[in-house]
Design a protein around this ligand. Structure first.
Ligand code: HEC
Ligand code: HEC
Length: 400
């Protein structure tokens, strides 16, 4: 079991630095089995080693192949779409739409999620408690027929894979990534490579991270005020948004089956008909469990780079960060007319932590400023994550 560094970023509230630099000299010393993983992911000391399934060890060859596939339209049935169509690097791997359309025009119900640090979530996607590994999640955009995203279906799967077998660059890359497999790309190899690349999308260099690492000047005075508000019992944000991704959905290589948690909450976005319902077909965890109490329950979304990932929430129905803070301040959203009419603040299914609070306009500015400190410019422009087909893109080996 790879050992996490001693002061790994545990599930504490968003960190507030008091005075001196943090735990200087408390550097991890013992070499750990996870070291090569940590190097490949370029993890800073305070990030624990993420859990990686034993059946898909991380290698540079799989990462390079996964990056190419992520940006290649040949990976969609009709060759019109890539993973990056909905996950653009400059937007922290979101797409600025409320809900995107797949390669055949099918509009999805959910907002495209950012892909920073997905390796650390205990469950994947907005409202699903059984998708636990990237290898399983990636099958959805790749293979799903309802709705169709990339649209690799039973009828065209052989043809899609043939596109890679016909390309000498890909032949060499598949061979390098899976040296013990017979020639001929397989869908599992595609998925393993994409999962490996996705794991490398680590965001760890925002002003907030630098503040956490001990630079008291990394945040402005306004951002520090916003951080204090975020961590306050008045606003309650940190109860659901804490730790490395500012989400209580968290696990790493050291998390055991007995300690892992799968948090899901209803935060009062809808209350259709006064019984706590959300729009039909988009009721979060309920769609899987069919337990009426799970209506409107979603994973606390990670907040890394949140200033560039608008619009917000699982259906992209809040346009700005101010709207989000006003929503929480009201203790739920009022939809006053139309098919979704209802007062979210009165929802019987809403979490007790979304109670509403008084906040001034200046304090809203402070919280927004704090959320902006989570933007990691290096992540948004890191050439290792960029489109390898773009003319200007440096080769994957270019040092940072
Ligand atoms: C048509 C748009 C679209 C395409 C194409 C697409 N995605 Fe997504 N992605 C989404 C949406 C929407 C979600 C949220 C899904 C949900 O909650 O049901 C998502 C969620 C994810 C997540 C989960 C993130 C988290 O925080 O749990 C990962 C990982 C992911 N996508 C990776 C990929 C990869 C890799 C590809 C290419 C094989 C891809 N996506 C293609 C729209 C897309
Ligand atoms: C009870 C748990 C809980 C509390 C408290 C909470 N959140 Fe959330 N947060 C969530 C959940 C769950 C979602 C996703 C809900 C959805 O999509 O319907 C979310 C979504 C968000 C989003 C949207 C992220 C995105 O990418 O779309 C932001 C921003 C956010 N919360 C900020 C805050 C702030 C600021 C506070 C404090 C004022 C706060 N949250 C308090 C659980 C919580």
């Amino acid at each position: 079991m790879p050992r996490a560094p001693r002061y790994a970023w545990r599930q504490v509230g968003a960190v507030l630095l008091v005075g001196a630099a943090l735990a200087c000299g408390d550097t991890p010393t013992e070499p750990a089995a996870g070291d090569s993983v940590r190097e490949l992911l370029r993890l800073p000391a305070e990030f624990a080693t993420p859990a990686i399934p034993e059946y898909n060890p991380l290698t540079p060859q799989k990462i390079a192949l996964g990056r190419r596939l992520f940006y290649d339209p040949r990976l969609s049935g009709n060759q019109t779409q890539t993973c990056a169509s909905c996950h653009e690097q400059r937007l922290a791997f979101t797409d600025s739409q409320a809900t995107p359309a797949g390669s055949t025009g099918h509009v999805l119900r959910r907002n495209s999620q950012g892909l920073a640090n997905t390796a650390y979530f205990s469950t994947l996607t907005w409202g699903n408690n059984v998708l636990l590994e990237l290898e399983d999640q990636i099958k959805v955009p790749l293979l799903s027929d309802n709705p169709i995203e990339l649209g690799v279906l039973d009828g065209n799967r052989a043809e899609v894979l043939q596109r890679f077998d016909d390309d000498s660059t890909y032949r060499a890359m598949f061979k390098a990534a899976f040296p013990n497999s017979p020639p001929g790309a397989t869908i599992n190899q595609v998925i393993f490579a994409l999962a490996s690349f996705t794991r490398t999308l680590i965001s760890s260099d925002s002003p907030y991270d630098r503040y956490y690492r001990g630079d008291p000047l990394a945040l402005t005075a306004q951002q520090v005020r916003g951080l204090k508000l975020f961590n306050s019992e008045r606003l309650e944000c940190f109860h659901c948004h804490s730790g490395v991704n500012l989400s209580t959905s968290y696990r790493d290589a050291g998390t055991t089956a007995g300690t892992v948690t799968y948090p899901f909450f209803n935060n009062g976005l809808y209350n259709i008909g006064g019984d706590g319902s959300y729009p039909t077909g988009n009721q979060g965890l309920y769609e899987l469990t069919l337990n009426p109490a799970d209506r409107g329950r979603f994973r606390p979304q990670g907040l890394r780079n949140v200033a560039v990932t608008a619009p917000y929430m699982h259906d992209g129905s809040l346009a700005t960060l101010r709207d989000v803070i006003r929503h929480y301040a009201r203790g739920g959203r009022l939809v006053d007319s139309g098919p979704y009419a209802g007062d979210g603040s009165l929802s019987p299914l809403k979490s007790g932590l979304v109670r509403g609070f008084d906040i001034t306009e200046a304090e809203i500015d402070d919280v927004v400023a704090f959320l902006e400190s989570l933007t990691d410019e290096k992540f948004l422009h890191d050439p290792r994550f960029a489109d390898p087909f773009a003319a200007s893109s440096p080769s994957p080996s270019t040092p940072r």
